[in-house]
Design a binder for this molecule. Structure first.
Ligand SMILES: O=C(O)CCC(=O)C(=O)O
Length: 316
């Protein structure tokens, strides 16, 4: 494992707690040259204690609210994964993590102006996650980075993320490698286990081979996801595939009450966040928001659902 202590500076962004009190200033982080080089070569980083105790409590509370909103009639019983986007007014602190520090400054180091903020969400997992890549299983893989926050301690026997270092660089069409990974029990694939404590963040390239083993029902994890702006026709296709998946995947695979991925409010960007405005303008240009169901509005058509392959992700 490669634990990382980030260099911290103070940002100007101020957050309020549930009582409206000003919280300690949000911390702004930047990666060192060595950390950036490690990320590019090996495809992951563990960022230790990014969030304070107060921030962690706020995240826990917003997580509860978001998940409860999406399953009003189906309390979590461990039979399937629960999922909720966390980008709206009921999760103000977590929503801000997509638009602001600590993740956005790091992303600007990794992708520069090609960074596109895509989503923030919460998950209640059930059991193991089979080995998979988040985008590179698709014909046209999008490139991106996921920041994962495990809300409980996780280790090698209790559902910590495990990654095959450097595997984000393996070509999509290397089917022999994929077959080799899938032949072995999850825990026997040579990999690095990324132990994590509440407050830590595990960052990984979406193309890296990853999975988890030994987790019990209700392993709680939030993510913040960015993509790299596409340049070539096949990269544009990768972005559009992601849009199509996001449009119907959560409702279909995780039976969420919410039948859209982005609220009308998120897309309206009423807080006038300049970075979000910029992402939305660029995403619109590619037709990212076009699939029915992606943005709050008329119901998703059955045709749009049928168009999609089954869940791309390797977990329930
Ligand atoms: O924690 C897990 O079980 C897997 C997480 C994962 O695969 C993901 O977020 O892409």
């Amino acid at each position: 494992m490669f634990p990382v202590v980030l260099s911290k500076t103070i940002s100007l962004v101020v957050h309020h707690n549930e009582d409206g009190e000003i919280m300690s200033p949000a911390k702004k982080f930047s990666l060192t040259v060595e950390q950036l080089s490690f990320f590019h070569s090996f495809g992951y980083l563990v960022l230790k204690q990014v969030f304070s105790t107060e921030e962690r409590h706020l995240i826990d509370k917003e997580f509860e609210a978001a998940l409860a909103r999406n399953y009003p009639d189906m309390p979590f019983d461990g039979s399937f994964r629960h999922y909720a986007t966390m980008m709206d007014e009921d999760t103000p602190f977590f929503s801000s993590l997509l638009d602001e520090a600590p993740f956005l400054p790091i992303m600007k180091q990794i992708y520069g102006e090609r960074t596109l903020g895509i989503c923030a969400d919460g998950n209640r997992y059930v059991g193991n996650s089979n080995w998979h890549r988040d985008t590179a299983n698709a014909q046209y893989p999008a490139q991106g980075v996921k920041f994962a926050l495990y809300l409980q301690p996780v280790g090698s026997q209790t559902g910590a993320l495990r990654v095959i270092p450097g595997s984000h660089r393996i070509p999509t069409d290397d089917h022999q490698f994929a077959a080799g990974v899938h032949k072995l029990p999850i825990q026997d694939v040579p990999a690095v286990v990324l132990d994590s404590e509440p407050g830590d963040v595990v960052a990984f390239d979406l193309r890296i081979w990853h999975g988890s083993w030994g987790g019990k029902a209700d392993r709680r994890m939030c993510t913040v996801v960015y993509l790299r702006e596409p340049e070539t026709p096949s990269e544009i296709e990768g972005l559009l595939q992601t849009a199509k998946f996001n449009a119907v995947g959560p409702a279909r695979d995780f039976r969420t009450k919410q039948k859209f991925f982005y609220s009308a409010r998120w897309v309206a960007n009423s807080g006038q966040n300049p970075d979000r405005a910029n992402w939305i303008a660029r995403l619109k240009k590619y037709g990212y928001f076009d699939p029915p169901g992606l943005v709050e509005g008329p119901n998703v058509s059955e045709d749009a659902k049928k168009d999609l392959a089954p869940a791309r992700r390797g977990h329930e």
